[in-house]
Write a protein that binds this ligand. Structure first.
Ligand SMILES: Nc1ncnc2c1ncn2[C@@H]1O[C@H](COP(=O)(O)OP(=O)(O)OP(=O)(O)O)[C@@H](O)[C@H]1O
Ligand SMILES: [Mg+2]
Length: 393
């Protein structure tokens, strides 16, 4: 069997060291049944394993007959109406799948075949949640706005109709929260605070944004969310996970932990490459570094996209990111990219908000992801400059 796995969320034997977080999440999720539900923020940098944790929660909830988990990845959802459509369908499908109430889905299908006017004339005869569902679908067809509010109320309606409960997982909520702004977040909060059949888990890798969402006095969710934070894996956990799967010595294990930063994603990636390149062979330092180079190559596209995403906002972001592996002080960065130092804090603030940069101390910053940092650092080496930078004669 494969000793390592990456590229999609992991469960079972590939999922390590998050038992405590999973237990806590499971406890609050179950609270929805006795009215003690607490909405929860799950905060962790990219690649720390947030989505995997949610998948494990879904697995654990399988035994529970009354709780229906709904999972929606919010990252990159282009518009509020798309959010509305996706959420509505997820809720319906999750309900039908869990309860095997096929009739529910069939009734909806049947009604959708009828003309809009006919549907609307019938709403008094059909179940509340079904007529709610249909009104969203009709609204979407007619291009109505703000339907996402109705979508957010849909699970609650099913809950009341059918005496079931929902755990609503909005993965990468920070992405839509930041894009759609404070008013959107405020209205979400207003809607979900009155729901008694739904509890929400909002995740985000934009760590500063998420932390402010929970802790800032001006946030609509101020003191309203239970918080679970995911960090990198403790080094002894990484060491034993890798040590059990590869023939690798102490010094190399130290180095393994150092270059991956203990991030679950990189731990699995690097382990995977090592295993497939060298199998049962003893892992030397050289082999380790070879595999690491290969990992960086594999990540090239992703990292370029990350950089591009910032460049599209403004080239200043890209320039700051490129200079961060070399200069930590804001004064030096300003010099390096030819900007007045007074202009930088605002840019830094955004970079920290989305989680790509962290502050070490006053005026001193670094990239949060050690592997991305390495990749960026290597860009400066003449042979690797991909943007047509001048190479020395
Ligand atoms: N608890 C864990 N134990 C071992 N490996 C893990 C664990 N959690 C995650 N991983 C590894 O990290 C990878 C990324 O995990 P996941 O997608 O859950 O992270 P994420 O925080 O949701 O990342 P992103 O910010 O990119 O959405 C997985 O494919 C897996 O290889
Ligand atoms: Mg994720």
């Amino acid at each position: 069997m494969e000793p390592f796995k990456y590229g999609k969320p992991v469960t079972g034997r590939y999922f390590i060291n998050r038992e405590e977080e999973l237990d806590r999440l499971y406890q609050v999720a179950c609270g929805v049944k006795n009215g003690s539900e607490v909405n929860t923020a799950l905060i962790g940098l990219r690649r720390t394993g947030k989505t995997s944790l949610l998948h494990n929660l879904i697995e654990r909830l399988e035994e529970d007959k009354e709780i229906i988990p709904v999972f929606l990845d919010c990252y990159g959802i282009p518009s509020q109406n798309t959010f509305s459509k996706l959420l509505t369908e997820r809720v319906k499908d999750a309900y039908v799948k869990k309860t095997k109430d096929m009739g529910y889905g069939e009734r909806i299908k049947g009604l959708l075949k009828k003309k809009t006017s006919e549907i609307l004339s019938k709403t008094s005869e059909i179940e509340v949640s079904i007529s709610h569902y249909l009104s969203i679908r009709v609204g979407l067809q007619e291009g109505k706005e703000d339907l996402w509010e109705d979508s957010l109320k849909y699970a609650e309606k099913i809950g009341e109709d059918k005496d079931v409960f929902f755990v609503m997982m909005l993965d990468e909520f920070s992405d839509i929260g930041m894009r759609w702004g404070e008013n959107f977040v405020k209205r979400i909060r207003a809607i979900i605070q009155h729901q008694s059949r739904c509890m929400y888990i909002l995740t985000g890798s934009a760590v500063t944004y998420m932390t402010e969402l929970v802790e800032s006095e001006s946030s609509p969710f101020y003191r309203q969310l239970n918080t679970i934070k995911l960090d990198e894996l403790p080094s002894d956990v990484v060491r034993s996970f890798v040590g059990e799967r590869l023939d690798i010595g102490e010094k190399e294990l130290d180095r393994f932990v150092e270059i991956t930063g203990g991030l679950p994603d990189y731990t699995q990636r690097l382990g995977y490459i090592l295993y497939h390149k060298y199998g049962e062979e003893k892992i030397s330092m050289e082999k380790l570094h070879d595999a690491y180079d290969e990992m960086l190559d594999n990540l090239e596209m992703e990292f370029k996209e990350t950089l591009n995403r910032f460049n599209q906002r403004s080239g200043v972001y890209g320039d700051i990111i490129l200079s961060l592996p070399h200069h930590e002080r804001i004064s030096r960065i300003a010099e390096e990219i030819n900007m007045p130092q007074s202009a930088l804090p605002n840019y830094m603030k955004y970079l920290m908000r989305v989680g790509i940069v962290k502050k070490k101390e006053r005026g001193v910053y670094r990239l949060t992801d050690p592997v991305f940092n390495d990749w960026v650092e290597r860009l400066e080496e003449p042979t690797m400059v991909p943007y047509g930078g001048a190479s020395p004669a």
